[in-house]
Design a protein around this ligand. Structure first.
Ligand SMILES: *Cc1c(COP(=O)(O)O)cnc(C)c1O
Length: 386
């Protein structure tokens, strides 16, 4: 079955739903058991059965099954945000005294978690240059439990050699955790590239409409059960309405991603020709330093990339950003709307340096007509010039 067909027909069963195309939403905490025997045998019920609200509903099971199938995982678990998914993944593999290797380009809150809560629990983190590839083996210690990757990084868009790093990690009996939010299961088959636990901020493209927070963690055969156990221990339950929005978002993921990809590449190519732009950071462009890795391992590019401007005064940048008509300035991405956010990658790195002097703009290409977006940016550059 191709992904588009799976997205349409997976994770639902009209026969189970009195013929309704979409599955119902259960708002539930208490579940009543008819008999003492039923209560005592609740653990023997098939997956997706309701026993208590926090343990999930058939809808949770539908979303988790569909995500696991799309990604080629053994199992997946939903949770209340992308950051909760990151916490579940990390906490499922560490213990006091453990050591983690984390790529220097990861999402900022991942670093906060490692440097704060995990450090307090006695877990040490070493950040490494994602360009190291298999040489990451040099940083491994007997107590190293996992290598954590994100490709491309959501601020700087570096791609790392996932299969090479995974091979080195497995040789040292370390597992590989991968934040797959940018590519989604459609554009990066994490488990085919040696990943053991894959993390999704489903808030982004899965939900796709900027109206819910949701996370999904999936694991291979070795890790799926401990991931589920950790999610359950933490009580990171995703509300049923948000799960519904995630499942509904998945139905259109393939077509939305095609348009995000098309618009982002058109904007990236146009920006690369502008004198105000020092560099465009988009892995699907041939001038990207790891373009070949992207081409080898990824099936497509989503709508998020960055442009580094030539150094410019803050008031001029403000004039450009404040007057944009279609590009909203705000956090998160993956919705239908375009966004532009000034970011400072230098503040979320420690093993490598960020060399660009000018401001970095992270751009999410939404589903608008790309000519309208380019007209908005053209007017923005006029304001930038003053
Ligand atoms: C947004 C984001 C997250 C966190 O997701 P939330 O749902 O906002 O908690 C994790 N990883 C990446 C790459 C993200 O962009």
């Amino acid at each position: 079955m191709h992904d588009a067909t799976r997205l349409t027909h997976g994770g639902r069963d009209p026969k189970r739903q009195q013929g309704a195309v979409n599955p119902p939403v259960h708002h539930v905490s208490t579940v009543i058991f008819d008999t003492l025997e039923a209560l005592e045998n609740k653990h023997r019920l098939p997956p997706g059965s309701m026993t208590y609200g926090r343990h999930g509903t058939p809808l949770h099971h539908d979303l988790e099954q569909l995500m696991a199938e799309l990604e080629g995982a053994h199992g997946a678990v939903s949770c209340c945000s992308g950051l909760a998914a990151i916490s579940i993944a990390l906490l499922s593999v560490v213990e006091a005294g453990a050591h983690l290797l984390v790529a220097d380009n990861v999402y900022g809150p991942t670093r906060h978690l490692c440097d704060g809560l995990l450090a307090r629990m006695g877990v040490q983190t070493t950040y490494f240059d994602p360009a190291l590839g298999a040489d990451v083996a040099r940083l491994m210690r007997p107590e190293t439990r996992a290598v954590y990757l994100e490709a491309p990084g959501s601020l700087t868009f570096e791609i790392c050699d996932v299969p090479a790093i995974a091979a080195a990690a497995h040789e040292h009996d370390c597992c590989v955790l991968f934040d797959n939010t940018w590519a989604t299961p459609l554009f990066f088959r994490a488990f085919d590239h040696g990943v053991d636990i894959s993390i999704h901020a489903a808030t982004k493209y899965v939900v796709g409409h900027t109206d819910a927070m949701l996370g999904v963690v999936s694991g291979n055969e070795r890790h799926a059960a401990s991931v589920r156990r950790t999610a359950s221990d933490l009580g990171y339950y995703a509300g049923p309405d948000d799960v519904y929005l995630g499942l509904r978002g998945l139905r259109t993921l393939a077509v939305r991603l095609q348009q995000h990809q098309h618009n982002a590449l058109a904007l990236a190519d146009w920006l690369a020709g502008r004198p105000e732009v020092a560099a465009v950071l988009h892995p699907a462009r041939i001038d990207h330093p790891q373009h070949e890795l992207w081409q080898r391992d990824f099936a497509g590019a989503s709508g998020l990339f960055a442009a580094v401007l030539q150094p410019v005064a803050r008031e001029r940048l403000a004039a450009m950003l404040d007057g944009l008509q279609y590009f909203g300035m705000g956090y998160s991405w993956g919705g239908y709307e375009s966004l532009m956010l000034p970011v400072d990658p230098a503040t979320t790195r420690s093993a490598t340096q960020w060399a660009w002097p000018g401001p970095t703009l992270r751009i999410h290409a939404g589903l608008e007509n790309v000519d309208d977006l380019i007209a908005d940016l053209t007017a923005g550059f006029e304001r930038l010039a003053g």
